[in-house]
Design a protein around this ligand. Structure first.
Ligand code: MG
Length: 191
């Protein structure tokens, strides 16, 4: 099976990691509950920032957000290792900017993700992911962003949403809340 994954907030808990970093940098102690209540992707509002300030904060903190110790979601790393070992082709398709692509790839490898150089794609906008996904003729693709999922609903692929507070309005696409569920889906498919 050819299986594609988005990275940020699909495989790794990037927003929550960033939320912790914001607390530390701004010397605040905004509780995790506030993070869990967010119904949008952006995380700056609980820190009292408007969208422009939030964007600037993200850009100023981006290297730290990307390349420190952002944890994978429980079971994600193990699942991908098992899929690769079982002979499935694991692809990564991230909208991280071009100048962060190679460093992100190395970071993923260091964290233990099974990465083959020819199966790692970056530097496209959300709405452009469809071109890569189509060309690769993936069997499965998983992402957290409603904007990405919506562009993909026309192509013959099994789509899944990584469950997040900001995508719960999408009800027609199956969602993954726990990565161990996905293993069962693939195993069932392979039978
Ligand atoms: Mg994402």
């Amino acid at each position: 099976m050819r299986i594609g994954f988005d990275i940020d907030d699909t495989l790794i808990n990037l927003r929550e990691h960033a939320f912790h970093l914001y607390n530390r940098k701004l010397k605040k102690e905004i509780p995790r509950e506030k993070f869990l209540e967010l119904d949008r992707l952006e995380i700056h509002e609980p820190f009292g920032m408007d969208d422009e300030e939030g964007k600037q904060m993200w850009m100023d903190t981006r290297d730290e957000i990307y390349y420190t110790d952002c944890p994978p979601f429980p079971g994600a790393l193990e699942l991908l290792q098992e899929l690769a070992e079982a002979g499935h082709e694991v692809y990564y398709i991230t909208a991280r900017p071009k100048d962060h692509g190679e460093r992100t790839k190395e970071w993923m490898k260091e964290r233990g993700f099974p990465v083959e150089d020819s199966r790692f794609f970056y530097g496209m906008k959300d709405e452009q992911k469809i071109h890569t996904i189509k060309e690769l003729e993936l069997d499965y693709y998983i992402d957290d962003k409603p904007e990405v999922i919506e562009t993909l609903s026309e192509i013959p692929i099994k789509l899944f949403l990584k469950d997040q507070t900001y995508n719960r309005h999408i009800t027609h696409i199956p969602r993954i809340t726990d990565w161990s569920e996905f293993k069962e889906i693939i195993e069932h498919h392979s039978l």
